[in-house]
Design a protein around this ligand. Structure first.
Ligand SMILES: NC(=O)c1ccc[n+]([C@@H]2O[C@H](COP(=O)([O-])OP(=O)(O)OC[C@H]3O[C@@H](n4cnc5c(N)ncnc54)[C@H](O)[C@@H]3O)[C@@H](O)[C@H]2O)c1
Length: 287
């Protein structure tokens, strides 16, 4: 599959942006990481270095590869440097923020620049609204951790062109991913199918039927790689809760998909999972 993209700009240096940029650099792309928060950029850079050190220690990469991969990455808080033929945004899960970012990027990038969103739950069709040349807006939904998880949902919004879909698919494939094309709909495929996994687990917990440890252990023993509570802590309690809320609203408030009050309480308490050291479980700070 053909594409002529060498450089990718990843907007958002959080959990997903860091993983997507590192994955791109590991597969030979130059990656510019843009974030409005300099502290997040510093931790993103440190996390990339730590991952590369671990890969070297496990002899998965050579010292030369460690050096080359890191040198293909740059980190910036200056929007003017966010220029590339493909932008993948992984910023906060809000329409207004993502649309404003794409509008700003449209003023400094050519009209052929592809705007991909890593959104988990927002409508690609709605994100295209008010963006100049909306045919170049597409969903590229990576999974966490983005360096390891093979799937990318390539999501076609109402106005997305066939060429944009083809390029996004080709780039995802070149990043070592399995790209699955789908049409825009609430939660796309994986998040729609997976929602009851989280919500029913939290109902069981709220009803006092079992603890997170028990529920995770049972589901893992039946073949799931991660139980729902460990997975929510990895994803981010806030991110997971936002996805549940968006999906519930987009589908017309079905009772079986109603977001959990328990999860809202954790968000309010700032217990967001691994990234804050505390969610359903407690975590030691990373060295
Ligand atoms: N966490 C997951 O497991 C997961 C999986 C798939 C998709 N996603 C999606 O990926 C996106 C990011 O999620 P995350 O978990 O990485 O979030 P995160 O909170 O870890 O990171 C978001 C980053 O975006 C930055 N940011 C906010 N506004 C910005 C702007 N205008 N310009 C540049 N940077 C900005 C923040 O400073 C922060 O560093 C969301 O849309 C989320 O739904 C998340």
């Amino acid at each position: 599959m053909q594409h002529n993209i060498n450089t990718i700009c990843v907007c958002g240096a959080g959990t997903m942006g860091t993983g997507i940029a590192l994955c791109a650099a590991q597969h030979g792309f130059t990656a510019i990481v843009f974030d409005i928060n300099p502290a997040t950029l510093a931790s993103s850079q440190a996390s990339v270095q730590q991952t590369l050190r671990q890969l070297l220690a496990k002899q998965k990469i050579t010292a030369q590869q460690q050096h080359d991969i890191f040198n293909r990455l740059s980190f910036t808080a200056h929007l003017q440097q966010a220029t590339a033929p493909l932008i993948i945004e992984a910023i906060v899960e809000q329409y207004a923020a993502k649309q404003q970012l794409f509008q700003q990027l449209a003023t400094i990038n050519g009209h052929n620049c592809i705007f991909a969103s890593n959104t988990s739950s927002l409508s690609i069709t709605q994100l295209q609204a008010q963006i100049p040349h909306p045919h170049r807006v597409v969903g590229m939904h990576f999974f966490n951790p983005a360096t390891l998880m093979k799937l990318v949902e390539v999501v076609k919004g109402q106005h997305t062109s066939a060429t944009t879909i083809q390029t996004a698919t080709a780039v995802a494939t070149a990043m070592g991913k399995t790209a699955v094309q789908c049409t825009n709909s609430p939660g796309f495929i994986v998040n729609r199918v997976a929602r009851p996994y989280y919500l029913e687990a939290m109902r069981l917990l709220q009803q006092g039927v079992a603890t997170p440890q028990q529920i995770d252990a049972i589901l893992e023993s039946t073949g799931f790689k991660m139980g729902p509570f460990k997975l929510m802590d990895l994803i981010g309690i806030d991110v997971n809760h936002t996805v549940s809320t968006q999906l519930w609203e987009a589908l017309g408030h079905p009772p079986r998909l109603q977001p959990a009050a328990l999860q809202q309480a954790l968000v309010d308490a700032g217990q967001l999972g691994r990234k804050t050291g505390k969610g359903f479980y407690h975590y030691q700070p990373q060295p």
